[in-house]
Unconditional design. Sequence first.
Length: 293
Amino acid sequence: AIPLVVAINTSLAARNGMLVRDRIAMERARTLDTVVFDKTGTLTEGEQGLVDTATVDDVTTDEALALAATVEGDSEHMIARAIREAADDRGVSRGTAADFEALKGRGVRATVDGDEIYVGGPNLLSELEGDVPADLERFADRAGENAQTVVYLVREGEPVAAFALADVIREESYRVVDALHELGLEVAMLTGDSEDVARAVAADLGIDTVFAEVLPDDKDEKITELQEQDKSVAMVGDGVNDAPALARADIGIAIGSGTDVAVQSADIVLVQNNPMDVVRLVKLSRASYRKMR
Ligand code: ADP
Ligand code: MG
């Protein structure tokens, strides 16, 4: 049987915009030490737009965009969407890609006109071991300082263009970090995005700990690392790539508009997609379970 106080609690939670999939998680929220947030789509809107492009000398911006949009043609990633949109806006037409492959947490790969083309971030570059031309490196540094995400276009092993994409931090994210600090909790961020972008966003929000350039399959290990320091950890995320970390955390919290896999891996779902509801959850848990003792 479900103890009465837990039953009361879940209906209270429901009234506060939370769907409780694991009732015990509600009680555990009282003793949390650390809340870990995914960045993209959780702390940020997750709607990226292309803001700038850099290319090597013999490649024009339109050529780079056309090629990148061709390779990204079959990707559902928001970076892919942003690149296709930018290509459409400039009226450049896409070619035909063969052998498309999505590289989880890294980027995409395809063959276009017989050339092997990649589009992807720092994780991809370090894997391909290609030298980044100085111009593109400077462009990427500047974009990183502005919290913009950079992905590269790599043709036949050579980086030939870089794209800077900007996302927007959610209004609520600023208040969440402050409010969690006031409750005595540590706040961390876990992202596949570059160190630069992660640091810029974390500094903006006042986040204590940053894990950046983490591959999807390694996200749950970061949760374990914190747990091994004797911390009770909540993970908040929206993506497929967050699912293992949500499952591993003491409390997995999914953004309601997130992917099905994330929602199914979570103990609690934030139905209103508002990260502030994490604060409400902790307060509700503390208030309810205090009465039990
Ligand atoms: P996050 O943890 O921020 O939600 P992902 O794990 O989805 O990010 O992606 C991590 C990184 O991999 C991105 O920041 C980007 O550099 C690269 N990446 C992933 N998918 C794509 C894609 N379709 N096109 C270009 N880059 C991609
Ligand atoms: Mg995400």
